[in-house]
Design a protein around this ligand. Structure first.
Ligand SMILES: Nc1ncnc2c1ncn2[C@@H]1O[C@H](COP(=O)(O)OP(=O)(O)OP(=O)(O)O)[C@@H](O)[C@H]1O
Ligand SMILES: [Mg+2]
Length: 197
């Protein structure tokens, strides 16, 4: 199946979930992420606000903030076309809607962080497979922004987030797709082979 058809079908399926199913999946995601232990050494984390039926990380965000961790959200990069910039997110953060209608911190007032200083980045996805390949919405935003993580050196751990049903047997992987270290769902967290740090 080609990427366009996978995107269409998966986005339709995830948008069809009821509010109760979304809330339950969000609780499951929080449990998968926190019980796995992968976040023990993470202080600065990027997550996202839910859009288009994605699994909702809000409950995980709330819990991480209660634990004293610092949370950042992606914004469309004001200068670098097709890239994201990460901005601090807390109760004081001023939010605006970007050109896709997605709420994001107002870049003019926000405190930015270069992604190499993040410990973990959680990102949404449309579909994934057991090898850790990720299919996003098709903009290449995360791929472009996090392309530097292929090079040696300090880098964030990359974790995809999805509903368990978004798992397919195989996703067409492209040369530019960034490798993920894990995928967290409402059911479990799968880790993938990473070069030793
Ligand atoms: N590092 C990169 N530099 C330049 N262009 C890139 C890079 N990564 C991806 N792209 C471009 O972005 C386009 C979309 O990529 P892809 O289909 O992998 O998106 P995606 O992973 O689904 O989206 P997203 O990362 O926003 O969720 C591709 O046509 C590709 O050429
Ligand atoms: Mg990609």
């Amino acid at each position: 199946m080609d990427k366009t058809r996978i995107r269409k079908q998966m986005r339709k399926m995830r948008r069809a979930l009821t509010p109760a199913q979304r809330a339950q999946a969000g609780r499951g995601l929080k449990r998968s992420a926190l019980t796995s232990g992968v976040l023990l050494n993470s202080q600065r984390l990027a997550l996202y606000l839910v859009n288009d039926g994605e699994i909702d990380p809000q409950q995980l965000i709330d819990q991480l903030q209660r634990m004293g961790k610092t949370v950042y959200l992606p914004t469309l990069h004001p200068l670098r076309k097709g890239a994201l910039a990460f901005v601090l997110y807390n109760r004081q953060t001023r939010m605006i809607k970007n050109r896709f209608g997605i709420p994001e911190p107002d870049f003019r007032y926000g405190k930015r962080i270069h992604p190499r200083f993040l410990d973990t980045v959680f990102m949404p996805l449309v579909a994934f497979d057991q090898q850790g390949n990720r299919l996003g919405m098709g903009g290449g935003f995360y791929d472009r922004t996090l392309a530097f993580t292929r090079k040696p050196g300090k880098k964030p751990r990359l974790i995809g987030c999805a509903h368990e049903f978004q798992c397919l047997s195989a996703i067409p992987a492209e040369a530019w797709d960034i490798p993920l270290s894990a995928i967290a769902t409402d059911v479990t967290l799968r880790t993938f082979n990473q070069s030793p740090e």
